[in-house]
Design a protein around this ligand. Structure first.
Ligand code: GTR
Length: 336
C-alpha cells in the first residue's frame, strides 16, 4: 500500500514536471515563431548531393525547426545564383543573395586575412587544420569578416587541393609551362608560378569546358570537386601534393545579420554551428566515394613522396606573403 502510494506520488510529480517542461518548450517555440517572416536566400556552387549542400540543407532545416518556419532559408545549389565572386559581391553589398557557402579563397580579394588559407602547405593535416579553425583565433577570422560587411558563421570541411591535368603529371617538373586554372586568389597565382606553371583565373563553372577545349591543361581541387564537376573525365592525371587546405565558409551578409533580433541571430548561429557535423560526415563519405570513382575511371593517381621539393619551390611565396600572418602561422605550428 505504502509502496503504491509513493509510486503514485512519483508519477504525479513526473507528470507535473513534464507538463511544465513542455509548456516551457512550446512557449519558447511560440516566441521564436513570433514576428515578421524572413526569407534568406543561400547560394551554393555545388550540386544538390554535394557535402557542403548537405550542410546548407541541415542549416536550413534547423532554422526552420527553431522558428516554426518563420525564418525560411532557401538553398540554391548548382551555382544558379551566379559564380562565387559575383555571389560574394551580392552578399557583401546586401543585394539579393543573403547567404552563401563559399570557399575562403574566394574571399581573399574582399578580406586579405582570408589569404592565410591560401598559403601552401600551411597545415600538416585535417586534424591540425580543425584544431586551428575551432580555436579562438580561427573563430575570430570568421567574425572579422564583419569589417568587409559579411559575417562568417561556420567553417565546413573541404579536404586538400591537388593538381590534375590532361597532360602527363606524375612529378613536379611536369607542371612546367602547363596552363593551370586557379581560384581568384593572389597568393595561389604566385604559388602556381613558383611551381613553374602558368596560372589562369577562371570561374569554377567554366573549368570543365576549358579542360575539354584545351584552353587550360590543368586545374587543382579536392577529390569531391574533381569528381562532381566531372573534371576527372577529361583530366586523367592527378598528383596528390595537397598544396592547400582551404576551408569552406557559411557566410551571411551583415545587412541581413543586422536585421535579425539578437534571439534570431542566436538561432542562426547555433544552426550553422550544428550543421558542421552533418557536412563533415557527408564529406568523409563523399570523399571516399570520389576516390573510388576516380580510380575506377582509370585516372593516373600519383602520391608525392618528396613533398619537401614542392615545399622548397614555394618557400619564397610563404616568406613574402606569410609575414602579415606571422602570429597565426607561429600559433598553427604549436598545434598538433
Ligand atoms: C571547391 C570549392 C568551391 C569552389 C571551387 C573552385 O573546392 O568548394 O566553392 O571554390 O573549389 O575551385 O573554384
Amino acid at each position: 500500500m505504502k509502496r503504491s502510494l509513493s509510486v503514485l506520488i512519483l508519477s504525479l510529480l513526473c507528470a507535473v514536471l513534464l507538463t511544465a517542461c513542455s509548456a516551457g518548450a512550446s512557449k519558447n517555440a511560440e516566441k521564436a515563431s513570433e514576428g515578421a517572416k524572413v526569407t534568406i536566400r543561400l547560394a551554393e556552387a555545388h550540386p544538390a548531393d554535394y557535402p557542403t549542400t548537405e550542410g546548407d540543407k541541415k542549416f536550413a532545416e534547423l532554422v526552420k525547426q527553431a522558428t516554426n518556419g518563420r525564418i525560411n532559408v532557401e538553398v540554391y545549389p548548382g551555382g544558379t545564383l551566379g559564380d562565387e565572386n559575383s555571389v560574394v559581391s551580392q552578399v557583401q553589398s546586401g543585394g539579393t543573395v543573403d547567404m552563401t557557402r563559399v570557399s575562403s579563397a574566394a574571399l581573399t580579394s574582399f578580406n586579405p586575412q582570408m589569404g592565410l588559407f591560401a598559403l601552401p602547405y600551411l597545415f600538416k593535416d585535417s586534424s591540425q587544420e580543425w584544431t586551428f579553425l575551432n580555436s579562438d583565433k580561427g573563430q575570430k577570422l570568421l567574425k572579422d569578416l564583419q569589417t568587409s560587411n559579411m559575417m562568417g558563421l561556420a567553417y565546413y570541411e573541404s579536404g586538400a587541393r591537388s593538381f590534375y591535368s590532361s597532360k602527363p603529371l606524375t612529378k613536379l617538373s611536369d607542371l612546367k609551362g602547363q596552363k593551370i586554372r586557379v581560384q581568384q586568389s593572389a597568393i595561389t597565382l604566385e604559388m602556381v608560378t613558383a611551381l613553374g606553371a602558368n596560372p589562369i583565373v577562371m570561374p569554377y563553372g567554366d573549368v570543365f569546358g576549358a579542360l575539354q577545349t584545351g584552353t587550360i591543361d590543368a586545374a587543382e581541387n579536392n577529390a569531391p570537386s574533381f569528381d562532381s564537376a566531372n573534371h576527372y573525365t577529361v583530366a586523367k592525371n592527378y598528383i596528390l601534393d595537397g598544396h592547400q587546405r582551404v576551408p569552406e565558409i557559411l557566410l551571411i551578409s551583415l545587412a541581413m545579420w543586422n536585421k535579425l533580433s539578437p534571439a534570431d541571430q542566436k538561432i542562426i548561429q547555433d544552426a550553422a554551428t550544428a550543421s558542421v557535423a552533418t557536412e563533415k560526415e557527408a564529406w568523409a563519405k563523399y570523399e571516399e566515394k570520389s576516390n573510388a570513382k576516380i580510380k575506377a575511371a582509370g585516372v593516373t593517381i600519383t602520391t608525392v613522396d618528396n613533398i619537401a621539393e614542392w615545399q622548397e619551390a614555394v618557400k619564397p611565396i610563404i616568406e613574402k606573403n606569410g609575414a602579415q600572418f606571422k602570429d597565426l602561422i607561429d600559433y598553427i605550428h604549436t598545434l598538433k
